[in-house]
Design a protein around this ligand. Structure first.
Ligand code: HSE
Length: 438
């Protein structure tokens, strides 16, 4: 049997502890599969003495992960610290620069510095694996980077944040408030350290930025993403969606258009009978529209220690199976130096269906005025529904408009004109509609 693959784990939180347990409890089986043992020889964590349910006393302890990356006798540096800056950045960079493979679950780090880190890895001839950074345990990076190489991708979209999907599912299932559902997601260990990263869409945006780069061969562009979170989605929206045959999901969507690539993260109405609408709870899903294959849809656990550790484990096993002297494939599917610049399509040019919920005064002429603003802006309506407003006293009504495919700029203009007519009682709610192929 070949020499052991020596790994150092930086960060022993939920994911790191789960990874250590898998590596220790399946040591023999992994050695058999990979043709060599995988040994944890170094660890770095804030609290060395904490009980993590696994005996790591045989590993050398480092208080500073950068020192571990620079000095420890390791073949693979596993970064599970999190955050886009140091020490995660400095430690991964130090490991790659000295010719050590790196595995990370850190989407924020890669969204911001992925191209630079990929360049270093490719120059040094080592791997930088990051399957766990996108959609938890779903092997979407491998699928896009390797299995779909012969395809041209036109759209990739998905439910990329377990916390948001859990919240939206529970709001619908149990009729609970947004805040109550968020607390429960935090208790279950799904949410980021700062949960606004989940609910305001930043976490989804980081993951989407990585998917876009691999799908379209472009440089990673985390700042060129249209971003809207789920914190202003109400039970009323969820019920209205249900009545009209939709479910609300937080989607990340990257799509090639005539004017560039759209990257957008927003609450989205998806038809109830679509596959993605059935994806509930902490489960993630990614759909890829590929020209040769057609639509590929993958779903699975997207958050939590074990789901993430499963993907990290797969990345480590890939390194264990690779043989010294072998040329490694490019980190982002295309050599970092050959990535195209990202050309952003303007959000105002986005074309799709829209759900518009308005709370209006119940008086003559409101319907006629709404219809006029729609037609003045060239918007064709699929449906228009009026109903009593929940908890209303009869002098206000909820009106829901669903449009056929139209331009975002037209919808914004129509809603602005409606708002200046004086009969709106609350802020209008506008939710985009996405129609998956399956
Ligand atoms: N907070 C993330 C989620 C964890 O809820 O999906 C994985 O990135």
């Amino acid at each position: 049997m070949a020499d052991a693959l020596r790994i150092g784990i930086a960060g022993l939180g939920t994911v790191g502890a789960s990874l250590a347990r898998i590596l220790m409890s399946r040591h023999n089986k992994l050695a058999d599969i990979c043709g060599r043992p995988i040994d944890i020889v170094a660890v770095s964590a804030r609290d060395p003495g904490k009980d993590r349910g696994v005996d790591l006393s045989g590993a050398q302890f480092y208080a500073d992960p950068v020192e571990m990356a620079r000095d420890a006798e390791i073949d693979v540096f596993v970064e599970l610290i999190g955050g886009e800056g140091d020490p995660a950045l400095a430690s991964v960079r130090a490991a790659l620069q000295r010719g050590c493979h790196a595995v990370t679950a850190n989407k924020a780090l890669l969204a911001r510095h992925g191209v630079d880190l990929a360049s270093i890895a490719e120059e040094r001839g080592v791997l930088l694996n990051f399957e766990a950074a996108v959609a938890g345990g779903i092997p979407v990076i491998k699928a896009m980077r390797e299995s779909l190489t012969g395809n041209s991708i036109s759209r990739v979209f998905g439910i990329l944040n377990g916390t948001c999907n859990y919240i939206l599912t529970e709001m619908e299932r149990a009729g609970m408030s947004f805040e109550e559902c968020l607390k429960e997601a935090q208790r279950l260990g799904y949410a980021e350290a700062d949960p606004t990263f989940d609910v305001e869409g930043n976490d989804t945006a980081h993951k989407l930025a990585l998917l876009t780069s691999i799908a379209f061969g472009t440089r990673i562009a985390p700042d060129d993403i249209y971003l809207e979170g789920i914190s202003n989605i109400s039970i009323e929206d969820i019920r209205a969606a249900d009545d009209l045959g939709f479910r609300i999901k937080l989607l990340g969507v990257a799509q090639r258009t005539d004017s560039g690539i759209e990257q957008r993260v927003h609450p989205t109405m998806v038809p109830k009978n679509s596959v993605i609408a059935q994806v509930d709870g902490v489960t993630n899903a990614v759909a890829i529209d590929a020209d040769v294959l057609g639509e590929l849809m993958m779903s699975g656990p997207g958050a939590g220690g074990d789901a993430t550790a499963s993907a990290v484990m797969g990345d480590i096993a890939d390194i264990a199976k690779s043989r010294p002297g072998h040329q490694h494939g490019p980190v982002l599917g295309r050599p970092a130096v050959h990535l195209d610049p990202y050309v952003r399509a303007r959000m105002r040019s986005h074309e799709g269906g829209y759900f518009i919920r308005l709370t209006v005064e119940d008086k003559t002429g409101v319907f006629a005025s709404l219809a006029k603003h729609m037609s003045d802006n060239g918007i064709s309506l699929e449906s228009i529904v009026q109903r009593p407003t929940q908890n209303g006293n009869g002098d206000k009504k909820t009106v829901i408009l669903v449009t056929h495919a139209t331009m975002e700029a037209s919808v914004r203009q129509a809603v602005e004109s409606i708002s200046s007519d004086g009969y709106l009682i609350d802020k209008p709610q506008v939710i985009r509609i996405e129609r998956p192929e399956s």
